[in-house]
Design a binder for this molecule. Structure first.
Ligand code: B12
Ligand code: SF4
Length: 484
């Protein structure tokens, strides 16, 4: 039996509140193979003392690492190296994208590429001592045990607030992995080779029913990249959720909203089973840009999907992107037009326009590197550069060399996010300072809405004032520890 400590690092922008599903899934498989596991989630509770005192209590210390969290991952590895002989195992998105580069670091003993459940067990069982381990065949998700939610204090994660500002008891659950689509800005194409795998409807319903009872839940976030791929599976899940009296959230492509797939019948069923809110990646109002993105949708499909969500009383979140390479001003204006149409059709929508970020190894990012507009670090440690961390994880706007009009893009990102109350809501809600209705009715939100409607972005005094207030709020929040 091996003793394993699994850690999720803190992140730069103090995003909290989501259970560390990847670690919970690794843990349940390790426990099933008779290994002993403890989880420390520094993202939710950034107390490094737990790590400072570990000495040689563990055989393996596994750290989950996203590109946006490398600075904190390095801090952790150094702390561990300084007072323990435990083997350091890195897994997750970043090591999966750059296995050899990560393994070359003196701070790392093993790198696990892709799904880590079986590879980590092989390492702990002593079946291999390879420095870089790869999951060769995609795992059968039905054979994996339920993530070990009981290893962490779920009360820290469950108490959340829905988009109407009501208290809910919510959990994150992944009912599938991967996505069959081919968007050129998305990690899925790289990670899963467009292979979509799902847990059977029967097991999803079994798992969710168990979790709802155990934690007295009122809400489930299906965190799948693309929940609605298989209509029959969705129908079976809805039928199974009917008796649970919960509400749920999931993500869907707009082109699925057609007869025979996500149609009126399915939407009615979903709504009756508790579908509360849905997310669409609408991305752009310009067909030219949508084609460059290989998004495989049209603005007309987006409008139809939004109308359908409105018709069935389903709350909506929509994401848009501007600031892509080769984007022209007219493309940006088409995106604002689509944004305005959508916010008119579904006035309660939470819709924000963000700036494009070149996530490593995606097609558009690799094209930028080939054209000399972007360079990537050549060592694991170099990724801890603050400029890169901001590029990948700063909320709303980031400036990049390929943007045609950075000032305009910044203003659009700002006003669209304020108009739907997203960033304000996130912070003020999280800290239980204001109620959503008060936020939405605020001066800044009203003005941002008018500006978006009229496409009026000159003299952004309100933006400058807001940013100053936001900075001050964040400082006060840190000083007086206004965390949830
Ligand atoms: C759900 C999700 C979220 C949720 C919850 C995130 C959370 N903190 O748990 C929310 C919505 C909050 C979120 C936010 C963001 N996200 Co996000 N998110 C995802 C998503 C869709 C699924 C992640 C997941 O839980 N998968 C399920 C688990 C089971 O799989 P997994 O995490 O890959 O873990 C497996 C392996 O990687 C491996 N593994 C993982 N960790 C470890 C550790 C060890 C030791 C080992 C051995 C193996 C191992 O084994 C696991 C089990 O097989 C992914 C997209 C994707 N397809 O991966 C993006 C993704 C991870 N997010 C991403 C980003 C950038 C963000 C944001 C920074 C975006 C932003 N600008 O605001 C924010 C903030 C992130 C943060 N620091 O919290 C990027 C990361 C890119 C990168 N190169 O690092 C991704 C890949 C999407 C993308 N754009 O490409 N996200
Ligand atoms: S539909 Fe969503 S998850 Fe699927 S490839 Fe496109 S962006 Fe990625």
């Amino acid at each position: 039996m091996m003793k394993v400590l699994l850690i999720r690092p803190k992140n730069f922008y103090n995003i909290v509140g989501n259970a560390p599903i990847s670690l919970l899934s690794l843990a349940s498989t390790l426990i099933k193979s008779d290994h002993q596991v403890k989880i420390v989630d520094l993202m939710n509770n950034p107390n490094y003392d737990v790590v400072k005192d570990i000495k040689d209590d563990y055989d393996f210390i596994g750290i989950s690492c996203w590109t946006s969290e490398i600075d904190h991952t390095i801090k952790l590895c150094k702390l561990i190296r300084g007072n323990s002989n435990s083997k350091i195992v890195l897994g997750g998105i970043h090591p999966t994208l750059f296995p050899e580069q990560t393994a070359n670091s003196d701070l790392v003993d093993h790198v696990i590429v892709g799904e880590g459940e079986h590879s980590f067990v092989r390492l702990c069982n002593g079946e291999t001592n390879q420095q870089v381990l790869r999951q060769q065949i995609p795992l059968n998700l039905d054979e994996l045990p339920l993530p070990s939610y009981d290893l962490i204090d779920m009360e820290q994660y469950i108490n959340q607030i829905d988009s109407d500002g009501r208290n809910i008891r919510a959990i994150e659950y992944h009912s599938s992995r991967g996505c069959p689509s081919e968007c050129a800005f998305c990690i899925n194409v790289v990670l899963n080779n467009r292979r979509y795998r799902a847990i059977s409807a029967r097991k999803v319903v079994e798992d969710v029913s168990y979790l709802v009872k155990k934690y007295n839940l009122s809400f489930v976030h299906f965190r799948d990249d693309n929940f609605f791929v298989n209509k029959r599976r969705v129908i079976e899940i809805c039928n199974g959720l009917n008796d649970l009296n919960i509400r749920w959230f999931a993500e869907c492509r707009v082109d699925y909203f057609r007869q025979g797939h996500v149609d009126d019948e399915l939407l009615g069923l979903c709504k009756r089973s508790g579908l509360y809110e849905i997310t669409f990646g609408i991305e752009s109002g310009s067909q030219r840009i949508l084609d460059i993105m290989k998004k495989g949708i049209t603005p007309k499909q987006s409008i139809h999907a939004v109308q359908q969500a409105k018709k069935h009383g389903i709350k909506l979140r929509c994401s848009f992107m501007i600031g892509l390479p080769n984007e022209k001003k007219e493309d940006i204006m088409q995106t604002i037009n689509l944004y305005n149409q959508i916010t008119k059709i579904h006035p309660g929508v939470s819709a924000a326009i963000g700036s494009f970020r070149p996530y490593p190894k995606c097609e558009i990012s690799d094209n930028l590197i080939a054209s000399g507009l972007f360079t990537e670090p050549t060592s694991f440690e170099q990724w801890a550069d603050i400029k890169l961390i901001e590029l990948y994880s700063k909320p709303s706007y980031v400036k990049t060399p390929w943007q045609i009009n950075p000032k305009l893009i910044e203003k659009i990102c700002y006003y669209s996010s304020i108009a739907s109350g997203t960033s304000l809501l996130q912070y003020l809600n999280q800290n239980r300072i204001l109620k959503p209705r008060q936020v939405v009715g605020s001066f800044f939100v009203m003005l941002a809405r008018v500006r978006m409607r009229l496409r009026l972005f000159h003299l952004p005094m309100d933006m400058l004032l807001y940013n100053k207030m936001f900075e001050l709020f964040k400082k006060l929040r840190a000083k007086f520890k206004w965390y949830r």
